[in-house]
Design a protein around this ligand. Structure first.
Ligand SMILES: C[S@@+](CC[C@H](N)C(=O)[O-])C[C@H]1O[C@@H](n2cnc3c(N)ncnc32)[C@H](O)[C@@H]1O
Length: 430
């Protein structure tokens, strides 16, 4: 059966990766070879409308999906093909099945009278059920694509499709989780749309356990919780985790969205001095590591270790200062690329086989080379999606934990870039 997927014209480089992650998650054998990076229309062959519903209903970068009865360049062509494909739609034709027709137009439209004329031209279907504009049993959709010339849409569409509406996607989730209305956010909070897309690519789902080692204000935790997973995080900066008052905390965000039962907890911890035991496993690790623009990349330790160790122990009220509860340990700067090596090594130990690691990596475009992508022998690199900001970009890298015993290539990236992203960013990449 053929289906028409209507895609959002946003984050074009992420759309196919999200769809592939969802088809892999639901074990749907879908051929996306007709996908075009620039078009919002994608025709796919699937076994059933149930598969189409599964594939699209939790997607963020799809808009909707239709069971396709006909496609062409004119309404007349749609009529001809719809008659030929009668067996597909006649099952929806009985006196009890309510229906409606709708137009879905891209970059142009027809006036209402013309729309009514076209809808009436489908009377050859002989539909006998009642017409219901709200919540009908079946919606028949006429989808049109117009071409814009000299900033005006042409009079007639370039392509048309006719079919049965199956489902909308979950794109409205990005409004529900919109940062403008979120109780607790900070300068590092990740936008709702891409947090949700990241979770879909990580195949986050109910019953899974998700960990964000640099969770800050908890953007990925909330998105993961929204998708039904149990979420936990850690951050070196306790202020991020505490929030700014009673109703401005990560916990308050979970309560705001009614998903407090999806929040395991967060803890203050330096990722490079991780406290987890080695037999603790996660289904997904999702994060936006610190790259030093709005937050420092610091790890526990002293810049000058020798000098530090040579100092006399400070005593407060008879107790060594570093053994007191209120002791704030010293920190030293660290390199992002070394942290990425650490992240992959951690994921290799703590992900279940098949579990996914998704992290964002900022790069100055002119500097970026393939060998800057870290590889670990236990992790398979699945995709690299690019969000381009002209001189720099953020890349979402996704890996899956290989089966035990299966080995791939490894590539350490510590020290591959001699200038940190941060200094280039502040110089304007000149
Ligand atoms: C880009 S921010 C991630 C923000 C987060 N996604 C959010 O929703 O706010 C990186 C975070 O890493 C934290 N961080 C920096 N160094 C760290 C370390 N060594 N271990 C753990 N967290 C660290 C920072 O405090 C910051 O909150």
């Amino acid at each position: 059966m053929k289906f028409l997927i209507l895609l959002a014209q946003a984050h074009l480089d992420f759309r196919l990766t999200e769809l592939k992650a969802l088809s892999d998650f639901y074990k749907i054998d879908a051929d996306f070879s007709s996908y075009s990076t620039t078009s919002p229309f994608l025709v796919v062959d699937l076994d059933s409308s149930e598969e189409a519903r599964k594939l699209v209903s939790r997607s963020i970068l799809c808009r909707s999906v239709y069971e396709l009865y006909a496609s062409g360049t004119s309404v007349e062509e749609l009529h001809e093909k719809t008659i030929r494909n009668k067996s597909q739609w006649e099952k929806y034709n009985d006196v009890k099945t309510s229906f409606k027709f709708e137009f879905v137009s891209y970059k142009g439209s027809r006036d209402q009278q013309e729309q009514i004329k076209i809808i009436e031209s489908f009377s050859f279907m002989g539909l006998e059920g009642p017409i219901r504009m709200k919540k009908p049993d079946v919606t028949f959709s006429i989808v049109e694509e117009y071409i814009v010339k000299d900033s005006k849409p042409e009079e007639l569409p370039k392509r048309v499709w006719f079919g049965r509406f199956i489902t909308d996607s979950d794109r409205s989730a990005m409004d529900r989780l919109d940062l403008k209305r979120r109780r607790y956010i900070g300068t590092t909070t990740f936008d709702a749309e891409l947090s949700l897309v990241t979770c879909n690519i990580a195949q986050v789902s109910p019953g899974k356990i998700v960990y964000d080692p640099f969770c800050g204000t908890g953007s990925f935790l909330v998105a993961g919780g929204y998708m039904g997973a149990l979420t936990c995080g850690s951050d070196i900066d306790v202020r991020m985790l505490r929030g700014n008052g009673k109703d401005r905390t990560i916990d308050a965000n979970f309560r705001q969205y009614g998903i407090q039962n999806k929040y395991l907890d967060v803890m203050t911890m330096d990722f490079t001095h991780n406290a987890f035991r080695n037999n603790l496993f996660f289904d997904a690790i999702i994060c936006d590591p610190p790259y030093g623009v709005r937050e420092g990349l610091k790890v526990l330790g002293a810049k000058d270790e020798e000098k530090f160790l040579g100092k006399e122990t400070v005593m407060i009220e008879g107790v060594a200062a570093h053994l007191r509860k209120d002791y704030v340990p010293t920190k030293k700067p660290y390199e992002l690329y070394a942290l990425l090596d650490d992240l992959l090594a951690f994921a290799a130990i703590h992900l279940k086989p098949g579990g996914r690691l998704c992290y964002w990596m900022p790069v100055a475009n002119e500097d970026f080379k393939e060998h800057h992508i870290p590889l670990h022998e236990d992790l398979k690199l699945l995709s690299c999606c690019i969000q381009d900001f002209n001189k720099w970009s953020r890349r979402l890298l996704t890996y899956s934990r290989r089966k035990y015993g299966e080995k791939g290539e490894s590539q350490h990236v510590k020290g591959t870039l001699n200038e940190e992203f941060r200094s280039k960013y502040f110089r304007g990449f000149t």
